[in-house]
Design a protein around this ligand. Structure first.
Ligand code: BJW
Ligand code: ZN
Length: 254
């Protein structure tokens, strides 16, 4: 595994590391990605009807039901060795920042202290009208079926509808998260981009920004992506398999 060795060398000598993750890191936990052939969510569901502000205005019960189904799925799975390896990297590197596009909580459950969630979270609903956080949603009594409509709860302050706390197409990313991500990327020695197609902007700018600022970019992905040309080292394969190897080679006592 010569490429993994090269990546381990880069990591070993880095003081400031950014780990940038996408849906692929959670795939082996059983959380579907968005764009993988056959298994991706956007292969089976229409993004325009589910993941836009207009979709929620048109049919809040369809959208809330779909996110309840996804939240239930995520709650029933576990972090995999890839998430655990990321938490080890954070514990070993003097200055590490985890930036994730994922709306699941698997990094937190693997021990990552404070991931930057660029696209929000399934577990942070808020009022669609006044923005008041709605608190963690109650666990659904039974699994909401894929297409089941569920009436969203109402806001205790203004009576508006509660919406999922995720970033839909056409919406701005949370300002503080985007700023923290840009700051970390522009100061990084090494950026690891893991399990993302690199197609969704502005998140996909983060590895490019790091590369422009002089960071060595390492990519882990079983498939080619637009990040191939940005990455100094391309590790082709699954995150759950490669990340533990990378950690073991970098810190043999880990
Ligand atoms: C494995 C693996 C294993 C598999 N191990 N790897 C510039 C150019 C073009 C378009 C735009 C642009 N700027 C903005 C846009 C529009 C749009 C956009 O980017 N569209 C593109 C799709 C064309 N962006 C936006 O709308 C953003 N907002 C914005 O720009 O606001 C400013 C603005 C306002 C008003 C008008 C105009 C601009 C917001 C984007 C929000 C994205 N939201 C989603 C849904 C979140 C909620 C939910 O979960 O439902 O976020 S979409 C979805 O994609 C989700 C993800 O976080 C995001 C990225 O996906 P990711 O993680 O990369 O997953 P996949 O499936 O794409 O890839 C998985 C990868 O894993 C693959 O490569 C596999 O090979 C790999 N893999 N198994 C390792 N075991
Ligand atoms: Zn409200």
């Amino acid at each position: 595994m010569p490429d993994v060795r090269e990546a381990a060398k880069l990591l070993e000598n880095a003081a400031r590391v950014v780990v940038f993750t996408g849906a692929g890191i959670s795939a082996e936990s059983g959380v579907p990605t968005f764009r993988d052939a056959l298994t991706g969510l956007w292969e089976r569901f229409d993004a325009q009807s589910l993941a836009t502000p207009q979709a929620f205005r048109d049919d809040p019960e369809l959208v809330w039901g779909w996110y309840e189904w996804r939240r239930h799925k995520v709650s029933s799975v576990h972090p995999n060795p890839g998430h655990l390896a990321v938490a080890t990297i954070e514990a070993r590197v003097p200055a590490a920042t985890l930036i994730t596009q994922n709306v699941d909580d698997l990094h937190e459950r693997a021990g990552s202290p404070d991931p930057v969630h660029l696209h929000g979270s399934l577990f942070a609903p808020r009022c669609a009208d006044c923005g008041k956080p709605a608190g963690p949603p109650a666990a659904p009594a039974d699994e909401p079926g894929e297409g089941r409509r569920i009436r969203p709860p109402s806001c205790s302050r203004c009576g508006g509808l509660i919406r999922p706390g995720v970033v839909w197409f056409g919406e701005s990313l949370p300002e503080a998260a985007l700023e923290a991500a840009a700051r970390a990327a522009s100061g990084a020695d090494v950026l690891l981009t893991i399990g993302t197609s690199g197609l969704v902007y502005p998140a996909a700018e983060i590895p490019r920004l790091a590369a422009r600022a002089g960071a060595a970019v390492i990519q882990i992905n079983p498939q080619p992506t637009p990040m191939d040309s940005v990455a100094l080292v391309n590790l082709r394969g699954s995150a759950a398999r490669i990340l533990p190897d990378l950690v073991a080679l970098t810190w043999p006592d880990a």
